[in-house]
Design a protein around this ligand. Sequence first.
Ligand code: WT7
Length: 678
Amino acid sequence: MRKTVYLPNAKFSKKAHVSTLSQYKDMYQESIDNPCEFWGNIAKQFHWETPISADKFFSYNFDITKGPIFIKWLEGATTNICYNLLDRNIRNGHGDKIAFYWEGNDPEDYSRLTYRKLLKEVCRFANVLKTRGVTKGDRVAIYMPMILEVVVAMLACCRIGAVHSLVFAGFSSESLGERMFDCKCKVLVTADGAWRGTKLIRLKELCDAGMERCKSLGHEVETCIVVEHLLRLNAAQGCPSNGTEPHTNGDTAKVKMLEGRDVWWHEEMEDAPSSCYPVWMDAEDPLFMLYTSGSTGKPKGVLHTTAGYLLYAATTFKYVFDYRPGDVYWCTADVGWITGHTYVVYGPLACGATSVVFEGTPFHPDNDRYWQVVDKYKVTQFYTAPTAIRALMKFGDEPVQRHSLHTLKVLGSVGEPINPEAWLWYYTRVGHENCSIADTFWQTETGGHVITPLPGCTPMKPGSATFPFFGVLPALLDESGQEVRGPGEGYLVFRRPWPGIMRTLFGNHDRFETTYFSRFPGYYCTGDGARRDEDGYLWVTGRVDDMLNISGHLLSTAEVESVLVEHPLVAEAAVVSRPHPVKGECLYCFVTPNDGVAFASKLSDELKFRVREKIGPFATPEVIQHAPGLPKTRSGKIMRRVLRKIALNDRDIGDISTLADETIVEALFQNRPSDAQS
Ligand code: WT7
């Protein structure tokens, strides 16, 4: 029989930062009762150019009926996050400590960077940015593979007070262009290209198209700085197993550079001085922005600020991964997502940690790559997504068993609910029943973990993110906004801000207030549902809005529908989420062509291609189904719950008496394409 509760390894527990549940409870209570003291103590380890003033430590309004929403931490104090991540650690004697091991897509390609060397590179690039006219408050877009220059570029922005805006390099050129237009970035930093497994991605070409798109919208990027990444690879002769697209050193020469706009990173860096005085930033000055999908309209530019984010990234990193000096930590997330910001860059560096940055995929050159890398660097904490775990489970235990994995202590999970099967596989096969699993619930908006076990003290239940982190006050609300106390289910909301929560949506405070604070005045609304069990454990059940989560990437059905209906032959479209064994969820699209237009597989292929081009490869629809009509109520509202049932081929559709035309439902069941399966 399966256990329902798993206890942390006793030996590990004893030495952990928090080793008993009662210690957690005491610390948690302190963080709620005396937030100023709790976070004030943590702030002492960091450098404040202008000291923190006790009377302005923390202020906020979460109640839209009482005035504008605002959140302020450590107002009036000044600091520089780059100084705290690098100079401070070097002053504390960690200059020669390795900040990052870099492991390339090809196992032959690897390198390392100490804190001291990283600071030098950051200062040089900060000077490059200054030469290009970047000053405090300017936005810099970053569209890069997982190479160390991405960290250098981010921290260089911090050093001079510029606001970085990363766009995941799996997004299409169009998405990149629209995001660059929205944030009006002065500079774009990218690379010539990168290998993902056996696939070559020509990033600069995508950037060219993205800058074109941005220009057509009315904003011109002044400078594009390009890292020459392909040329310097040891494996530059190409991906050995890839017969289709041989890559040679000559390829870099093919990159087109636009005179006056495009410059090479290495050429700009050559003469740049390796010191750069930090710009002291107010605690509430913007640090970075990062786009995330919205359930309506265009992506939202989530804005994080300086001091609170620093405190929160450092504290969650320390406690949730139980980080100690000497550990080697590895988070597999791409820096283009919030996980990569907080738990590849800011959190680990704030704690002076050594981390692995990995460029490749779990499947290249073989399905044991993750485990090979864990053993190679003696990784102690490993942090990945359920979708990766499920994809690896498919290959069975043998690839895992090839490696010892004995250095591992903590295994993290993030991005979506982890199903108990995947949890157990992770726990037994990867962790050998010795490691705690940290199922961390959070969002781009929350800046860091908000509901999570602590590995030394929290008894784990597979699939539950367990309890709130320090300073976080969750609640479950019913439809009417009443708090559900004790066991029950409801909308997951938070009653008060913790230091790392976002402050606004870039250039759109109204949207910030309506999206997160209008449904339930007095609360931050996550958009997720959750259940609390008899033991007080929280189980996040998934989105309650029209959002879906594909392999940990959030997407709105509206975003996809608008791409589909842009096609000249499409009259109407409705998109629903369907569960997927590996991706978690996938897109199932119902499409009604214009009158007189026959639905052909060519149309279906074109639509898939369009979504891919417009949003990105991860958004490619699983199924496009011809819909002669859509199930609508008399008032014209599409009944999505019925479409979800059709997508599943589940005939238990419930009451459809409010539909204008009930016969359409049967027609859609009959019309399910052969590739839809069940
Ligand atoms: C949404 C946020 C947080 C970094 C990656 C995603 C879902 C995330 C969990 C988890 C259940 C989770 C939620 C959330 N989610 N982690 N451990 N258990 N659901 O960031 O793109 O802002 O997505 O991901 O639905 O709202 P994001």
